[in-house]
Design a binder for this molecule. Structure first.
Ligand code: HEC
Ligand code: HEC
Length: 160
């Protein structure tokens, strides 16, 4: 019996749709991270930068993209550990600028967004994820929860 259940679980895992990126982006819940890193902008999914990137970013919170995002040593350590535990890996999730929006993954994933759409008054910055991803409060990044200002709802069937 146990063996049957195991093979069923394996079968289910194998038959998941190929483009489940949105689902993979779901971050394990963490109240402290959500509150501290989701107050000025969206709480960016840890998977979108590498462990090295997060360490560097967390070591320089007083100089954070022109802002001061300093935390107590205790909170900083707790959040850093959460981020690095759930970090992405490989060159495609890495950027010298420590910007998710400048990683090869991001640029490729968003290649269908036009230069004009990036500077739409309701978007302004690429880091303004919520302008297009409307359901991230529910932890949903999937392409079925996207609406581009000036274009409308987004569906893509030939995704890879
Ligand atoms: C006081 C406000 C503030 C807080 C708090 C804050 N940030 Fe930011 N963060 C910013 C600003 C401003 C930017 C630049 C946004 C832009 O370019 O549009 C930014 C950008 C970023 C970027 C790069 C976004 C890109 O362009 O890809 C990352 C990654 C990031 N923050 C992570 C974090 C993490 C992790 C925390 C929690 C430890 C945090 N931030 C807390 C203000 C803040
Ligand atoms: C101007 C609108 C816009 C902004 C701003 C934007 N995105 Fe997207 N995003 C899109 C579109 C459109 C797609 C779908 C691309 C495709 O499927 O070809 C997408 C796809 C994604 C996906 C993959 C979803 C899936 O199911 O395949 C993730 C994850 C994602 N974006 C994260 C982010 C993050 C994180 C930010 C902010 C740092 C951001 N996006 C900013 C429009 C935007």
């Amino acid at each position: 019996m146990k063996r049957i259940i195991m093979s069923l679980a394996l079968l289910l895992a194998v038959t998941q749709p190929a483009h489940a990126d949105g689902g993979k982006m779901q971050s394990p819940p963490n109240a402290l991270w959500q509150e501290e890193c989701g107050s000025c902008h969206a709480a960016f999914p840890p998977r979108l930068l590498t462990e090295e990137n997060w360490k560097q970013l967390m070591a320089n919170l007083d100089k954070h993209f022109g802002d001061n995002a300093e935390l107590s040593a205790k909170d900083r350590q707790a959040i850093e550990s959460y981020l690095t535990r759930n970090a992405g890996s490989g060159a495609r999730h890495s950027a010298v600028s420590l910007r998710i929006t400048e990683t090869p993954w991001f640029l490729r994933e968003h290649r269908s967004v036009s230069p004009k759409e990036w500077v739409h008054p309701e978007v302004k910055s690429r880091a303004n994820c919520t302008a297009c991803h409307q359901n991230i409060a529910q932890n949903r990044w999937s392409e079925h929860s996207i609406s581009i200002p000036g274009r409308g709802r987004w569906y893509d069937d030939d995704d890879d």
